[in-house]
Design a protein around this ligand. Structure first.
Ligand code: FMN
Length: 324
């Protein structure tokens, strides 16, 4: 699949944007396990154009995570265009526009999924961003605000008209949040309606579900979000299945714990141990959720405050060999 001049192998997958989770440490780790594309956490166009330090930090993209998109959100075409121009200082390969976030803090201010209710404004934003930058611009959307107002086909057509290089479709409406299974038929309809590449998203967690998603939607590429939490190796499982129909098992427990430590040491290296360990707790809980006795370990994970404590816990888990 082509995003401008960027070539993405359709038999591999990329990492979906996840605020508060898919930071630089996690994105780099996913690339090491075979993710061929990553998207940053969403960044507020208002925040960035008002020189907010946190927004700038979210945009740091390293050379170990390429190609990488910077994702921006907002509801004002001029501010979004200014934001896209400022974002270029961080050398993203792609700019992605968030038109799917259901969070009241975002949608309540007219951004994210609220744009699914105002397609002319959505189109104006895409057009303004496309004109502002030289890199490919993509749009990530849900199917509509609710089941009575499906708009993904029309929004994808408008995105194509406005110069977008591709669209990503999460196969649920805003109202559905994360509840029912993704509607692959609705994603397929978008794919049939435009000639730019369409990226499918939602509920892909392993090789077979990746193959099923590609088959049912006819899409060009996949983004994986929650399926990578505590399991960054999912990208090598997907590649192995899509290329060779080989099902790779989950790594042994000792390897899983090694990956967890590599991940969390890197968070601490980038953010400092105090902030890093606070953020690391949720990741540690995801890494241990499938092991026997996870409930007891989860409590201890919630209280972790140093890397040394985490290393001791990982050692204990491996020594107890508590895998199902
Ligand atoms: C914790 C979390 C944070 C998310 N943050 C973003 C975001 O910043 N931008 C965005 O477009 N989607 C965001 N999403 C949605 C995901 O990118 C993805 O569309 C959704 O989780 C469905 O895919 P999945 O089933 O592979 O997780 C987030 C999802 C989760 C679970």
């Amino acid at each position: 699949m082509k995003l401008g001049t960027i070539e993405l192998d359709s038999r591999t997958a990329g990492l979906a944007p996840m605020a508060g989770v898919a930071d630089r440490a996690f994105r780099e780790l996913c690339c090491e396990f075979g993710a061929t594309y990553v998207v940053s956490e969403m960044v507020s166009s208002k925040g960035l154009t008002m020189h907010d330090r946190k927004s700038r930090e979210l945009l740091v993209l390293s050379e170990k995570e390429r190609p990488a998109a910077a994702q921006i959100f907002g509801s004002d075409p001029a501010v979004m265009a200014a934001c896209a121009r400022e974002t270029m200082a961080f050398a993203p390969d792609v700019i992605d526009i968030n038109m799917g976030c259901p969070a009241p803090k975002i949608a309540g201010n007219g951004g994210g999924s609220a744009l699914l209710k105002d397609l002319p404004l959505a189109e104006a934003i895409i057009r303004a961003v496309v004109q502002a930058v030289d890199v490919p611009v993509t749009v990530k959307m849900r199917l509509g605000w609710d089941e009575d107002t499906p708009v993904a086909v029309e929004l994808a057509r408008r995105a194509e008209d406005a110069g977008a290089a591709a669209v990503t479709v999460h196969g649920r409406t805003r109202r559905q949040m994360y509840a029912p299974p993704v509607d692959t038929g609705a994603i397929a309809e978008v794919k049939r309606s435009v000639s730019i590449p369409v990226i499918a998203n939602g509920d892909v967690t392993d090789g077979p579900s990746a193959a099923k998603m590609l088959e049912e939607t006819g899409c060009d590429y996949l983004l994986v979000g929650r399926g990578a939490l505590g399991r960054p190796w999912v990208f090598s499982q997907i590649e192995s299945y899509l290329k060779y129909e080989r099902v790779l098992p989950e790594p042994p427990l000792s390897e899983q714990m090694r990956v967890m430590l590599r991940h969390i040491r890197r968070i601490c290296a980038y953010k400092g141990e105090r902030v890093g360990m606070r953020e690391a707790r949720k990741h540690a809980a995801w890494y241990i959720r499938e092991i026997r006795g996870a409930a007891a370990y989860r409590q201890r994970v919630g209280a972790l405050s140093t890397l040394e404590e985490l290393e001791a816990l990982a050692f204990e888990i491996v020594s107890n060999g508590c895998v199902d």
